[in-house]
Design a protein around this ligand. Structure first.
Ligand code: FE2
Ligand code: FE2
Ligand code: FE2
Length: 164
């Protein structure tokens, strides 16, 4: 890998993290009543997304939708088969309850994501018109309609938001 390719990867990771961090900061600023700071955080977050996407384009990561779905299945599968189980074990050893909960939520939901991506891959090109709903507590992703109770975190239906 060339130095520049590694730099693009590092910069993509950094810009992506800055985007999510600024959105979290924006939410906090709203809660604290600082509307202007909240707006600036959102604007910068949008700009970091553009930087991240520019870097990603130069890396050639985005391919055809069929290939992208396969990549998504593989990425989600790695997370619930290897990455999160190890992180969960580490958190148990270290007694980090908050991290354990956070990893468990993600671990359970990545299984669902892998299945949903696989289904999308299997049905690609067919005329589907299904909505998705996301649990605002754990990220559980439901197809069709929001469940009365989240199967991962037990949050109620009202905790679900419809994905655009
Ligand atoms: Fe940036
Ligand atoms: Fe996922
Ligand atoms: Fe949930």
């Amino acid at each position: 890998m060339s130095k520049t390719e590694q730099n693009l990867k590092d910069a993509f990771a950094g810009e992506s993290q800055a985007n999510r961090k600024y959105l979290a900061y924006s939410k906090k600023a709203e809660q604290e009543g600082f509307k202007q700071a909240a707006r600036l955080f959102r604007a910068a977050a949008a700009a970091e997304t553009i930087h991240a996407h520019n870097h990603l384009r130069e890396l050639g990561v985005v391919k055809s939708t069929r290939e992208n779905l396969m990549d998504a299945v593989n990425g989600e599968s790695f997370e619930f088969q290897k990455m999160y189980p190890q992180m969960i074990a580490d958190a148990q050893v270290e007694g980090k309850q908050g991290a354990l909960r956070s990893f468990n939520f993600a671990n359970e939901v990545e299984k669902v994501h892998a299945a949903l991506y696989q289904k999308a891959l299997d049905t690609l090109g067919r005329n589907m018109d299904t909505d998705y709903y996301v649990c605002s507590v754990c990220g559980y992703t439901a197809e069709g309609h929001a469940p009365d109770e989240c199967p991962v975190c037990k949050a109620r239906k009202q905790a679900f938001m419809k994905a655009e």
